[in-house]
Design a protein around this ligand. Sequence first.
Ligand SMILES: *Cc1c(COP(=O)(O)O)cnc(C)c1O
Length: 437
Amino acid sequence: MKNNVYAEIGISDSVYQMGEQILLSLRPQFEDIDQTAEYNQAKVISAMQKNRVNAACFAATSGYGYNDVGRDTLEKVYADTFHTEAALVRPQITCGTHALAVALSANLLPGDELYSPVGRPYDTLEEVIGIRPSACSLAEYGVTYSETPLLPDGSIDYESIRNAIHPKTKLATIQRSKGYATRPTLSVAQIGELIRFMKEIKPDLICMVDNCYGEFTECIEPSDLGADMIVGSLIKNPGGGLAPIGGYICGTQTCIDRCAYRLSAPGLGQEVGANLGLMTQLYQGFFLAPTVTASAMKGAIFASAIYEHLGYRVIPGSKETRHDIIQAIELGSEKAMVAFCRGIQAAAPVDSYVTPIPWDMPGYDSQVIMAAGAFVQGSSIELSADGPIRPPYAVYFQGGLTWCHSKLGVLMSVQKMLEDGLIQESDLSLPVLEQSI
Ligand SMILES: *Cc1c(COP(=O)(O)O)cnc(C)c1O
C-alpha cells in the first residue's frame, strides 16, 4: 500500500525497502527522541499556562507597540521555558546573527575582551567580531577578541582556557552546534561544565551560548546550567517552522536590559517594538517546536544510517548521541553532492520542480550548492541541504517539519544517487537485521 504512493512520487521499491529495513534498527533511538519531545512539550505548555496565554495575545499592534500584551507575554513564556529571568523575543530581531550581534555589542564595552573557549565561531560572526575586518564590528569599537581552539579530538582544552582568561575577559561565547564545521557538537552537560570551570576562574565572566540548532534536542538548555544568555534564531528550532522571522535572547535581567537598549534605543528598551500581527505564528511555532525538532532529529538519524550503510562518512554516526539537528555526509564528489541536493529539492512541497546547481556565493572561496523548498525563505528547520563544492564534498542536511517529509527527502536523495549511477542496486541490499521488539 505504502509503496504505491512512493512509486507514484518516483521512489523505486528497492530504495523504499532499504529504508524500511534501516528504520527497524532505529526504533530505540526514535523512542528516546519522542520522550525528549514529550518532556519539552510539557515544559512549553506549562510556561504558556503559567503566563495565561489567551486570544488577546494574538492581536496585532502597530506604531510604537506600547503595552503590547502579546509581545510581553511571549517573552515571559520564553523566559519561563528556558528558566531565565528575562527574554527578548521579537520580529525586530531579523535573524540569528543579528540576535548574537545584539547580545555581544550590548554587553561588551571598549577595552573589554570577547573570548571563545571552543575555537572559531560561526562564519557570520567573523565580521560581527572583526576577525574579518568589517565596518561597525566589535573590533572597530575597541573590543578585542581571543580564542582557544578545541583539542584535536574535539574535546575542550581546559588547561589553555585557564591561561587565556584574564581581567579584561568580559564575555565568553560558546557555540553549541558544530554549525558547518567538523568538530563535534557540545552537549548541554559539557557546556555546563565549561561554564562552571570558567566562572571559578572569573566569577563575573558573562557566559553566552550560541544556541542555534540546539533548542529542544535535550531536556535541558544551557541556561539551566549557568549560561547568562542563550541566543538563537526563530527560523530554526524554536520557531517550529511557523515563525516567519525573529530571534531570541534569554538570560539574566541585567544582560537582557542591555540587549533591549541596544536593539531599540537607550531608555526605550523592551517597551517599544510592535508585533505587526505575527504573534499567532510565534506562539504556535514555539508550541510546535519540540515535536518539529524531534522530526528533524529523526530525519538526521535516518540519513546518517542510510549513508553509513552506503559506505559514506557521516558526522555524527547513526548511533552517536545528538545535541543538534545537523547531519554532515561526506559524499566525495561534486556529482554526488548535486544528486543528493536534487533529491532533497525534488521532495519539497515548494519549488520541487527547481534543479539546484553549484553557484558562486559572496563570502565563499568555492562554489556552493543549496537545496531548499521552504515556506519561509532560508528556513533551516524546514528540510534543506547545502555545502561548499570542495573536498571532502560534504553536504549538511537539516530540518524537516514532519518526520514523514524528512524520510521522503532522504529516500529521494538515494533515488537520485541511484539514477545517476553513483550507487548501484546491489549497494542497497542489507543483511536481514535483528528485529528490535
Ligand atoms: C544559523 C547559525 C547562526 C546564524 O544564524 P542566521 O539566522 O543564519 O543569521 C549562528 N550560529 C550558528 C551555530 C548557526 O547555526
